[in-house]
Design a protein around this ligand. Structure first.
Ligand code: NAD
Length: 261
């Protein structure tokens, strides 16, 4: 079994890791629903471009992952347009960096909603469709911060630990079916989300950009290299393969050795 002919929904996928995963799944023959909260012509052009590159059905579906009902509607809409939902990749995520006593409550709520609660809603909507087909794969994009912590990232670390826990529950509830649930824990991948952290971190530590990259961002990544979005897509594809059929309820770190430290 490969992803060929399967239908995948990737939340938060008009940029960064989600876009890399969407491209990689389409390259391997999957039909893909790309998502973000915007509804710009470029979003639809992006989907059309991937469809043209790989000859599969790729559509853009606007849905704000901070809203539970919208997250559920993304799944049902994708099933209407593409025929089913076989693979659900919960990837949408935002970040905010501040000391916990200065952390804006609104940012806390938004991070928990987008990085954690959206996956609850999409999974709840997708599992009945997967059960109907007798096959499904849930892949949650957690983080090394789902397994370890860093200062100034209370909401993000809480949400990512939360999604690792929820992954285990989904795996147990589907254990006797041909459905698996796993979390990928990337280390640093140079995407717009990471790029946006650099100015704050430069200010926080009083460092220049290169020093922030080497000594702060990649300080805990022994390989001293960013992971790539293609590697994330390849890991998702592996988790959808027959070789991974007995891998469920666990995490796969793609972090250059970070969590080995
Ligand atoms: P990114 O900012 O490039 O992409 C985030 C995506 O989520 C974008 O497509 C954005 O439009 C979408 N998004 C944001 N808010 C949304 C909302 N309310 N509704 C729908 N979509 C929304 O970031 P990225 O680095 O590609 O991060 C993707 C995921 O990978 C996140 O969950 C992040 O926590 C995780 N991650 C990233 C890294 C890294 O180093 N980049 C490391 C570990 C984990």
């Amino acid at each position: 079994m490969s992803v060929e002919g399967k239908v995948a929904v990737v939340t938060g996928s008009n940029s960064g890791i989600g876009l890399g995963i969407a491209r990689e799944l389409a390259r391997r023959g999957a039909h893909v629903a790309i998502n973000s909260f915007t509804d710009n012509p470029e979003d639809h052009e992006l989907a059309a471009g991937i469809a043209e590159d790989h000859g599969t059905n790729v559509v853009y579906i606007q849905a704000d992952m901070s809203q539970g009902e919208a997250a559920r509607t993304l799944v049902t809409r994708a099933a209407e347009v593409l025929g089913s939902v076989d693979i659900l990749v919960n990837n949408a995520g935002i970040q905010h960096v501040a000391k916990i006593d200065e952390f804006p409550a609104g940012k806390w709520d938004a991070i928990l909603a987008i990085n954690l609660s959206s996956a609850f809603h999409t999974t709840a909507a997708a599992l009945p469709l997967m059960r109907h087909k007798g096959w499904g794969r849930v892949v949650n994009i957690a983080s090394a911060h789902g397994l370890t912590a860093s200062p100034f990232k209370s909401a993000y670390v809480a949400a990512k630990h939360g999604i690792v826990g929820m992954t285990k529950v989904v795996a147990l509830e589907t254990a006797e079916e041909d459905i698996t649930a796993n979390a990928i824990c990337p280390g640093y991948v140079l995407t717009p989300l990471v790029e946006a952290q650099i100015p704050d971190t430069m200010k926080e530590y009083g460092m220049d950009r290169e020093t922030v990259i080497r000594d702060v961002l990649l300080q805990r990544q022994p390989s001293k290299e960013f992971a790539t979005v293609q590697q994330m897509g390849g890991t998702v594809a592996f988790l959808c393969s027959d070789d991974a059929a007995q891998i469920t309820g666990t995490t796969i770190s793609v972090d250059g050795g970070w969590t080995a430290l």
